[in-house]
Structures are given as C-alpha cells and as structure tokens.
Design a protein around this ligand. Structure first.
Ligand code: ADP
Ligand code: MG
Ligand code: MG
Length: 902
C-alpha cells in the first residue's frame, strides 16, 4: 500500500496534513479546517479531497485513478479515530460532504449532511443519542431532503411541501413540534418523492451515498448559478472545488445543543465586539435559513456559559492567528463546542479601513499590511454621498449595486419621458425591466437607473458605470408594468412621478426621498475634518493609511483640471500637478463668436485679428491655473477637437438658414457659417482634422496658444509666483509633426520668456498606435510623453468610445471577451503593450524622458498598478479620483506577501 501511494498522485489530505496556505489545493474551507485542527481547536475529524481531483473529474467525466482507494483509506482511518463505522446499524459514523473552493462562493455549491443514515442505522443513531428517536428521524429526513435535492436534482419545493403538510396535519408552524412518529412518516413521504423523481429507491448503501455526494459536489462547480456568480465576481472558471468529508456533530440533540455563526468584529462598521447568531436545538443551515428566530450570540452566555467562554477564547485566538476579522460556524453538541468553519470574513468598505487601522493599533499587523488590506475601489465607495438612513427608511427591494452613488427622483418608465422631465429640471429615476441601446438618451437624462432584471454585466449596469451614473440592477422583487406605467413591490404600487431613492452601492431601493449626506471621507480630504481631533474611527483610519500610501508610493499623482477651481480642489485632494489641462473650454461660451470669426476668416488679416482677440483671454485662464498650482507642473494640451465642434450643428444651422430665407431676412452670415460647417463635415471626426493636424493646417492657432502659456507663466513669475508649464501636442503620429510644431513654439517661447527664468517643456501625447511604435524617434523631439489611453484604446481596438458601450459591450462582457471594459481598466495585453513599448523605446532614446498618463485609466486601481510596473513617473486623473490613485500607487509600491484581498 505504502509503495503504491508513493507513485500515485495524492488526492486526499487528512485535516492534520493541511494548512491555511493550501487554498488552491484544499479550497478555503478545507485549508482553514486543517489550520484550526493544527491549532488544536475542537474540529470534528475529517479529510479533504483536492481541487485537482475535481478538475480531473470535470475534464474526463470520471473520478481519477486512485481516488477511490485513497478515499477508502482515509475513511478507514476516520472510522478508527471515531471508533465508529459508516453505516453501522448499531453505532453509525455519519459525515457531512461539503464543497469548498479557493474563493468563497456563498450558497453557490452544495453540502450534504448526515451521510451514512439508512433504514437500519437510523435506529443505531437513536440508541447512540440515548434513545432520542426524534433526533434520529429528524436527521434521516434531512439527509433524504439534502441528498435528493443536491445529488439527484429532486425539486426542493416537493420536500418543503411535504414538511408543511406534516406541520399542518399537526396544527403547528414549528418544526420542533413534530415528534418522532411524525418524522418517521415524513421520511416515508420523502422516500416516495425521491423514488418518483429519480426512478429508484433512496440509496441505502452508505458508501454509495458518500460517492454520489462527492460527485455532486464536483458537478456543482459547473452549475449555472455558480458559473454566473464566478463571472460576476471575476473568479477564474478553472479552479474547481475541493470536497470536505467531516464527521457529523449534532446541534439538534436537544436544548443543550445548538448551532451558530459569529464574526470577531462587526463586518459592517469594523467596531470591536462579538457579533453573531445562535439557534438552540438546530442543525446546520437552520441558522441562516430563517426558519426559526435566532438569538444574539450574547444570549449563549446565559444558556451555556462554559461553551460561550470557550468560544470567545477561540475567537480571540483565531483573530490573533489570522491577524484579521474572522467569521466562523460552530455547533454545540450537548454542551461540547465544535468548530465547523472559519475564514477571513467579508466586510464593507468602511469596515475594511477601520479594521486595518485597529489591527495596526493592536500590533497585529504593520502599516504595509494595513495598506495591502484596503483598496481603491473601497475608498471610491466611501467618497460617494450616502443616504442618511437614521429615520424610518426601510428598503422595499434589494438588487445588485451596479454603479455606486445615491440618487432620488421621480419614477419614469420610458426613455422619452425621462428626457422630457429632465428637460423641465426634474430629477428622474428611469425604471425598466432591463435596458437596451434605445434607452440611452433616457439613461443620460436620468439621475439613476433601476432595473428588475440583469446583473453586474447587464446593459444597464455597464452603461451606467461608463457614465458614472447611479444604478441598481436586477431588483427582482420589483414587478415592472411599462404599459400601465407602474411597478409593484411588496404590496406597494409606484406610478410615474412618484419619488424613489436608489443606492447603487448597496443595491437597496427606498420609497420616497431619502436625504443625502456628504461623505466624511470627502470632508476629510477637503480639509474640513481634522483627523487628529475628531472621534470618527473611519476618518482616522483613512488618514493613517493614506499617509502611509503617500510615503510608500513612487508614482506621482496629478489631476486633469481645466479651471482654477478644479485645480484648487484637486490640490486639496493631494494632486501634485496637472497632467492634463484641456484648452477646449477656452473656446466656448462668449468666446464662440471669436472662434466663428477665426473659422470664417477670409484672409490672413481677419484670422490674425481673431487670434489676437483670443490671446488675452487664454492668457488669463492660464494665469489663474498657474497661480493655483504654484510651483507644481501644469501640462497644457494644445487644442485637440475638430474646430467644427465649436460651431452649431449642421442640421440646426440648415433649418435656421431656410427659415430665415423664407422670411426674407438677411442670412449672409449664417450662410457663410453653414457652408463652413459643410466644408468641415467629416465622416469620422475622431480620425479627422483634429489635434496636431489642426495646428499644422490653421496658421497661428498653436502659436497663439503657446504665446498665451508662456506669457501667463512669465506674468505669474513676475508677480513672485512659480509656474512650471509643459506644453503638450496632441495626436502626434510622426516625429515630423512634432518637430514642425516645436520649431515654431521654441521661437515664441524664447522671445516671450527672455531672462524671466521661466522654463517651458515641450512634449507630446502618445495616443495614436503609430506614435507608440515609433516612440524612439518621437522622443528625440519630446521632453515628455503623456499616454492618452482613451484614444490609444479607441484606436488600438478600433472601438468608437461614444458608441460601443451602449451598443454591444454588455454582450462582450457576458461572453467574457473581456472581464471589464477596456475604457475602464487598461487592456494590459494589447493597449498596455503599446504603452510598454513606447516607455522603453522612448527612454532608450532619451534617458530621463518624463512619462505620465492622462485619461480616466489614471484613476483606475488595476491600471495604476500596471503603470507603476511599467515605470511611469506619474498618473493623472479627475480630481475625485486623486485619492484613489494615491492609495493604489502606494499599494503597488509595497511588496505584497499577505493574503488575497478578494
Ligand atoms: P456553506 O459553505 O454553504 O456554509 P457548509 O459546508 O459550511 O456550507 O455547511 C452547511 C451547514 O452545515 C453549516 O451550517 C455547517 O456548519 C453545517 N455542517 C457542515 N458540516 C457539519 C458537520 N460535520 N457537523 C455538523 N454540522 C455541519
Ligand atoms: Mg459554511
Ligand atoms: Mg486624445
């Protein structure tokens, strides 16, 4: 036997052989049962069948060679340890067969309790329990129920109905009122249901029960709901599940027995204390199933002080061992405590920060580890305004928090109505069964979107996230009736115009308007809460961890800001410069008229006049921004969008001209405008006359902007301030384009700057794939690169950003072509590769070349890690994302050895 086992692959591990770091092989549940066993905690003996066995089974459709023998051997040693045999009619060993994958997938896969019971051993079990017939028959009926449902796909309701029927016959609503005879009768009823659906008798052979249950756990990995859950949580599809076979302990032996769940801290707020529920005389799932009312765990102190004290001791021990919040399952069998599960518990965003901070205080972890345990997505969540729920607001439905935020508004059921009401200045919530591309206008108009179907990758969810709009999807308690313009939920009927509130973080839906309060975390970032002097544990924890992130990070964080006000706000959020100052808005508002003159200019003279009029306006804008950023670098992008974007749309203009002509008015100016718009009309404006191309075609345009920048910098410096302008040329694809612009710009700068000491850098955006691939050449003419990852993604994939998210991204996500929109998180393999090539070849040509990224990826957690790894100098993102980028840049910089933060 021993010789044979050395050549055979090991598929089965005794609990004593595993440990918590073997989650890949033993699953989370198995690894932690092993860990607790080795800590000497009271865990019922058992063994774990590995995920490798599961994977082998799932690929070949049969159990791998050697598995059956190894199970046999481990079962034998379990029987020896327990001094009982599986299925022994007089003194049976019973086991549970429990799924457990690497990542917890709550409720997705199956567990079967009481395996080993049959018509004979049920009698032995009763004797074992001191003649407790009721207990034995209750255990047996549970086995048939769980086995039938899980292993043989018997519809669960059939068993539920039979149970209800038995209770009705007895005139009770409580399971506990059913006596041994009632339960024996129920076992007969269950067996009939089983036989009817499976065409066979309930298996009496214990080993057959065991093998079928193990196989069912393997199969449950590929159950439809498990597949959907994994896709949503981005858990890889090929991990497989382990199977744990655990000797049964019984919480349903009477009032001195029971079962419970507990957390070592509050997973909602992170507060210290004991949080849990306990149910006397109950088995397994009863606690969470809500059949009977549980009591708070503290009650256990009164019911069974010895077990309670022991449990608290174990919880403290587990926290100290795992150095984190643990959640546990336990059972008390006649006054003896058994630990059935533990894991590092899930928690809210706020609790994640608070707990990490507390654990540092308690000396259990250091600040690096605390930083590792929180993430930017959580921080972003904490920065959204929240509903103030201290009044009587109860949710009427809970869906999926698909896109965070808190939104209240009048209910509308059609896109058209959303647009109408929004135009009247109303806040509206668009309610649909599910949305489709036709709803796009309504979604844009609405403050929030609520659907009764669909998950995190549904059309509504994907589009709303892309727009940064609050969305709750898949609130399936809601029944939407579009023709009647109503929805019903829990007895309420809500009509068009009624107000609802939706929370895109928690997925909760409320009737009426819930008041909103600003986030304390934002108040802290804005400087109105002093972390040293306020008694808010969350703010203190955020402060502490952010301070550490700032000290640890190598990446600088800049912001995208076009106005002095944005710049000032971003600075308070910790921005260390502006990475993208767009100049487009400086051509809007009352300046439109000047732009029209520029475009319609019939000669050099007129054009120069228009530019000369624009110059002081632009200069004033830059002065304001340079002042706000005093001494920090400001990257100004020369005008990028096509000029006709500054003119009225073609259709509107054509109608105006026609109407005016009809009336016999003088339309010479409008006609000129119309013909200019016609002339400049492009089929693919994103690929047309924009960016550097515009600068090369319209004489004097870039020169005016360069002059405005240089003059503004000089003015600020003359006033005693500091200005560090960086001029960025957009959409460059060839070094010759940049060289041409540069030659002209350098002349102007030299002339304006004189001996003022102002230094102006000239660089380019890398946003056209050709630029990335010829970065070595382009670096000869650029003092810095800033990756425009929005355009680079658009041109790298050939995706029209404004169209694809609404049109088909939901389908791509559903199919898993990508797990997240490449506009949200950088596509490291493709677009990221362009960034990497350009960074390497650019730096090879010009050592010390400054490298940054602007565009929304700069504030996306995963992307920030990628940019750190590629070696960029900074990321730049919208002001609100600056703290997220700071945190993630810190996390990217610390070496991570700790646990998975999933
Ligand atoms: P889940 O992963 O859904 O929590 P579990 O495998 O933990 O499923 O089991 C479901 C329930 O059965 C839990 O309450 C668990 O504590 C209980 N349970 C599992 N194994 C045993 C056992 N050997 N003895 C008593 N109760 C058990
Ligand atoms: Mg469990
Ligand atoms: Mg661009």
């Amino acid at each position: 036997m021993a010789a044979q086992e050395t050549v055979e692959h090991k598929y089965v591990y005794d609990f004593a052989e595993g440990n918590k770091d073997l989650k890949d092989l033993l699953g989370g549940k198995g690894a932690n049962l092993a860990e607790m066993t080795n800590l000497g905690l009271p865990v019922p003996p058992g063994f774990t069948i590995t995920t490798e066995a599961c994977k082998a089974y799932l690929t070949t459709g049969r159990e791998p060679d050697g598995l059956a023998g190894q199970i046999e051997a481990h079962l034998e040693s379990l029987e020896r340890a327990m001094d009982r045999r599986l299925g022994d009619p007089d003194d049976p060993l019973l086991v549970s067969v429990r799924s457990g994958a690497k990542f917890s997938m709550p409720g997705m896969m199956e567990t079967v309790l009481n395996v080993g019971l049959n018509d004979r051993s049920v009698v032995g079990l009763s004797a074992q329990a001191g003649g407790n017939d009721r207990f034995a028959w209750d255990s047996y009926r549970r086995l048939i129920q769980m086995f039938g449902k899980t292993v043989c796909e018997v519809p669960g309701e059939e068993f539920e109905h039979a149970l209800d029927e038995a209770k009705r016959a007895k005139g009770t609503k409580n399971d506990l009122d059913l006596d041994a005879d009632d339960l024996r009768g129920l076992v007969d009823a269950y067996k009939q249901i089983f036989a009817k659906h499976t065409g066979r008798e309930f298996p009496q052979e214990p080993r057959e029960q065991l093998d079928l249950a193990i196989r069912a756990v393997f199969d449950s990995w590929n159950a439809e709901r498990a597949i959907l859950y994994r896709r949503q949580e981005r858990i890889p599809a090929d991990l497989g599940t382990a199977v744990n076979v655990v000797s049964m302990v019984f919480g349903n032996l009477g009032p001195d027995s029971g079962t419970g769940v507990a957390f070592t801290r509050d997973p909602g707020s992170g507060a210290q204390g004991i949080y849990g529920d306990y149910l006397a005389n109950a088995q397994g799932e009863d606690v969470v199933a809500g059949i009977r009312n549980t009591v708070p765990l503290q009650e256990l102190e009164r019911l069974d002080k010895t077990s309670y004290d022991q449990l608290l001791g174990i919880m403290a021990r587990l926290e100290e061992h795992y150095k984190d919040l643990c959640d546990i399952e336990f059972t008390i069998e006649r006054g003896k405590l058994w630990m059935l599960q533990t894991r590092v518990g899930k928690r809210t965003a706020a609790a994640a920060f608070v707990i990490a901070g507390q654990l540092v205080d308690e000396g259990l972890i250091d600040l690096d580890e605390a930083l590792h345990r929180v993430n930017g997505a959580q921080l972003a969540q904490l920065m959204f305004p929240r509903f103030q729920l201290d009044h009587d607001f109860q949710p009427v439905a809970t869906g999926i928090g698909a896109s965070p935020g808190a939104a209240s508004g009048k209910v509308v059921f059609t896109s058209a109505r959303a647009v109408e009401l929004a135009a009247e200045g109303e806040a509206v919530i668009l309610v649909r069964r599910e949305t489709n591309p036709d709803d796009l206008n309504g979604m844009i108009a609405a403050k929030g979107i609520l659907t009764s179907r669909g998950g995190k990758t549904s059309h509504a969810a994907v589009v709303a996230r892309g727009m940064g709009k609050t969305c709750v999807s898949g609130a399936d308690e809601i029944e939407v009736n579009v023709p009647a313009k109503t929805f019903t939920v829990g007895g309420h009927t809500v009509g068009e115009g009624d107000v609802v509130s939706i929370d895109g973080t928690t997925g909760k839906v409320y009737l009426g308007e819930v008041p909103v309060m600003p986030s304390e975390v934002v108040q802290y970032f804005e400087g109105s809460l002093d972390p040293e002097h306020i008694d808010n544990p969350l703010v203190r924890a955020v402060h502490r961890i952010m301070t550490h992130a700032d000290a640890a990070r190598r990446l600088r964080v800049r912001t995208n800001a076009d106005t002095g006000a944005d710049a000032a706000r971003a600075r308070r959020f910790g921005a260390e410069g502006i990475g993208l100052c767009r100049t487009e808005h400086m051509f809007l508002g009352d300046r439109r008229e000047l732009v029209e003159r520029l475009i319609l200019a019939s000669g050099e003279r007129e054009r120069e006049d228009a530019l000369a009029a624009l110059l002081p306006l632009q200069r004033a804008d830059f002065v304001e921004i340079f002042r706000e950023m005093d001494g920090l670098p400001v990257t100004v992008r020369l005008i990028d969008p096509p000029l006709h974007e500054f003119l009225p749309p073609l259709e509107q203009l054509a109608v105006n001209v026609a109407v005016a002509q009809e009336r016999g008015e003088d339309v010479a100016k409008e006609e000129a405008l119309l013909s200019a718009v016609r002339r400049m009309h492009e089929e693919n404006p994103m690929l047309g006359l924009r960016g550097v191309r515009l600068g090369l075609v319209i004489p004097g345009l870039f020169a005016m902007q360069v002059r405005a920048i240089a003059e503004a910098a000089v003015a600020v410096v003359r006033d005693g301030g500091r200005a560090c302008p960086e001029i960025m040329v957009p959409l460059v694809g060839a070094v010759q384009e940049l060289e041409t612009v540069r030659a002209e710009a350098e002349k102007i700068i030299a002339e304006v700057v004189g001996d003022s000491g102002v230094e102006v850098l000239i660089g380019t955006m890398i946003e056209v794939p050709r630029a990335a691939l010829t970065a070595g050449q382009i670096a000869e003419a650029a003092e810095f690169f800033s990756f425009g990852t929005n355009d680079l993604t658009q041109m790298g994939w050939g995706f029209s950003r404004d169209d694809v998210e609404g049109a088909f991204f939901w389908r791509y996500l559903e199919l898993g072509i990508f797990g997240i929109s490449p506009f949200e998180s950088i596509d490291a393999d493709g677009v990221g590769r362009l960034v990497r090539i350009a960074a390497e070849e650019g730096r090879a040509a010009r050592p010390g070349l400054k490298l940054g990224v602007c565009g929304e990826h700069g504030g996306d957690p995963d992307s920030v890690h990628f940019f750190h790894e590629v070696g960029l100098d900074y990321v730049s993102c919208s002001p609100f994302r600056v703290p997220v980028a700071r945190l993630e840049a810190g996390r990217a910089a610390i070496s991570t050895t700790g646990s998975d933060s999933r």
